[in-house]
Ligand binder design. Structure first.
Ligand code: PBG
Length: 324
């Protein structure tokens, strides 16, 4: 018997033939490495729930940047961990704050060879760990938070950030930041908005990485409900109308449907964040010998591209670049 599927089978017969007919390709050009810079440390500290990922000192960050450039990775996204945290996260807009210093260090080291994306949020800087100003009743004050985001955007752009990436899911954050940047003559600085960001359990290891414990609260009042797909498109359309140059879906593998739907409604570049928990699961199972970690990582990163993402923020960036 011959079956119509035999045509597919014939095209799977050798590795070079599979390469020729592959629909999707993953390359190091698709990778952005998330990096953590911690104020007040002299030695890098490995994050226990993210094996192979470190809280960097200013010195070790520079070494890491040199290595990433050598590997040809085009971008990084920076998260800062300040020594002192307060209710508004005031270190986040300090012109001499840890992230601003780190942006300058990265630009000095890599110059035009590397795109430095500054994550814009206050959660790493607030003592309560929320992404905005918290009212007395525990709710988040959206509009007061926007005022802080404006100052952060300006300080990050002044430090030399190539892209500003607001991740706090406040309404109107893209418009507020766009205006703030334009006022300071940063019309050329693009905004990558974390538009569709779900209230995911997969951010757990990230909270270890930036020393946050949310204790008895969560972010479900401002991040998206994982049961909903359509609202992601509303969020994306809103960010585009406010002037987002690129949008992001986060996490990635659990939200491939969202990436694919986003691809249908917009022509702007789509980023996907393969988040800390996604990385940690692969690492943990691989350390047990239960899965081949490299293979699963490449499979997931490729699937994210297949769904329609243009590039991926991933803790696998370095190892993936070495394999590719
Ligand atoms: C918020 C932010 C978070 C992550 C990136 N930006 C955490 C959160 O919203 O709880 C998570 C990334 C990851 O898990 O790798 N500033």
């Amino acid at each position: 018997m011959t079956f119509p599927q035999h045509r597919l089978r014939r095209l799977r017969s050798s590795s070079p033939l599979r390469r020729l007919v592959a629909e999707t390709s993953l390359s190091k050009d698709d990778l952005v490495a998330p990096l953590f810079i911690r104020e007040g440390i002299t030695e890098p500290q490995e994050i226990h729930s993210l094996p192979g990922v470190f809280q960097h000192s200013r010195e070790s960050l520079i070494k890491e940047i040199e290595e990433l450039c050598e590997l040809g990775i085009p971008g990084i996204v920076l998260f800062g961990i300040p020594e002192k945290k307060d209710p508004t996260g005031s270190e986040s807009w300090n012109p001499k704050g840890i992230v601003q210093e780190a942006v300058r260090d990265c630009k000095r080291t890599a110059g035009a060879d590397l795109v430095v994306i500054a994550d814009l949020c206050v959660d790493e800087y607030t003592d309560h760990g929320h992404c905005g100003v918290v009212n007395d009743d525990g709710t988040i004050n959206n509009d007061e938070t926007l005022k802080l985001y404006r100052k952060i955007a300006q300080s990050q752009a002044e430090a030399g950030a190539d892209i500003i990436a607001p991740s706090g899911m406040m309404d109107g954050q893209v418009a507020a930041i766009r205006t703030a940047l334009d006022e300071m003559n940063f019309q050329q600085t693009p905004i990558l908005s974390y538009s569709a960001k779900y209230a995911s359990g997969l951010y757990g290891p990230f909270r270890d990485a930036v020393n946050i414990s949310l204790e008895n609260s969560d972010r479900k009042s401002y991040q998206q409900d994982w049961r909903n797909a359509r609202e992601a498109l509303t969020e994306i359309r809103a960010d585009l109308s406010e002037g987002a140059d690129m949008i992001m879906v986060k996490p990635a593998v659990t939200y491939l449907d969202i990436i694919s739907k986003a691809r249908e409604i917009t022509d702007v570049p789509i980023a996907a964040y393969h988040v800390s928990g996604e990385y940690a699961m692969i690492k943990a199972a691989s350390q047990q010998g239960w899965i081949d970690g490299d293979q699963v990582a490449l499979e997931q990163l490729t699937a994210i591209k297949r769904a329609g993402a243009n590039f991926i923020l991933t803790y696998h960036a370095k190892e993936a670049a070495k394999i590719l």
